[in-house]
Design a protein around this ligand. Structure first.
Ligand SMILES: [Zn+2]
Length: 269
């Protein structure tokens, strides 16, 4: 009974992390049993092969479902995925319209600040409307994408391809005294707004490149709207600090993740 429960939880976890991983595990489990094998190590090895094959195949199949991958490892592009892990976990899929908007944003940044590479973070899974990419509940239709902030070295030099945390998330820009804090004093039980105080000292202290980050948000809320951008999320205190304001720049609410560690935007259907 315990082993069944463990396998069930593993399928759930793999599905939540990668969408196709749970199915790949079940196929691997079946193949090993059909071959008369019983060892967990054999299932693990077969799983790695099946999962890798399914991940490669997904790149060709996903366009039939209206999603295309953002490229991991394509050189000479102003848009890069922050870590190969996002691609290995199938978290790099968007609609063609979102891919066009993201590349246009990156090209604008590269033109305005020569040499700049814009970093994509979590996007969406390859299949099915309504299947959320946890912990981002809204990343469920291919129309949402997170991009990293831009940073400078402690000596003020612009940095490229660098974020304060390894995956580009959770290294928060803390509010300044006097900032309006719409979530202050709330203690929602069901919330993805995690402060993660214990992690903060572990992240590199790099100054936010306010000019570049503001330029990206401004482009999304102006020229980006011509390419379908309709909503951008950053924390209100950061919008004030960056000097950006537009109807398209919104606060995501107190139960969604904090948006003072990355920019979230979405395109119209
Ligand atoms: Zn997001």
């Amino acid at each position: 009974m315990m082993i069944f429960l463990w396998r069930f939880l593993l399928v759930l976890l793999l599905t939540a992390l990668t969408q196709i991983g749970g199915l790949a595990y079940l196929v691997s489990f079946g193949l090993v049993r059909l071959a008369g094998g019983r060892k967990g190590v054999a299932t693990f090895c077969v799983f790695l092969v099946v999962y890798a094959g399914a991940t490669v195949l997904t790149r060709s199949v996903a366009p039939l479902f209206g999603r295309v991958p953002l490229s991991c490892g394509q050189a000479d592009m102003p848009l890069a995925v922050r870590s190969p892990l996002f691609c290995a976990l199938n978290r790099n899929y968007v609609t063609p319209a979102m891919k066009t908007a993201a590349i246009a944003l990156a090209r604008h940044m590269e033109t305005t600040y020569p040499g700049t590479v814009t970093l994509a973070l979590d996007a969406n899974f390859p299949f099915f409307r309504g299947f959320p990419l946890l912990p981002h509940l809204s990343h469920n239709d291919g129309r949402k994408l997170d991009v990293a902030f831009y940073y400078r070295a402690p000596d003020g030099e612009p940095l490229n391809g660098v974020t304060r945390s390894p995956l580009g998330y959770f290294a928060f820009e803390e509010p300044q005294p006097g900032d309006v804090l719409p979530c202050a004093g709330r203690h929602d039980l069901l919330s993805f707004r995690w402060d993660l105080d214990v992690l903060q000292p572990m992240f590199e202290r790099l100054p936010l490149d306010e000019a570049q980050t503001a330029a990206a948000v401004s482009w999304l809320s102006t020229l980006g709207t011509d390419l379908g951008v309709e909503k951008i999320f950053i924390e209100p205190h950061l919008a004030r600090r960056l000097g950006v304001g537009d109807d398209a720049i919104r606060f995501q609410g107190c139960r969604a993740a904090r948006h003072d560690d990355h920019i979230h935007f979405q395109v119209r259907p």
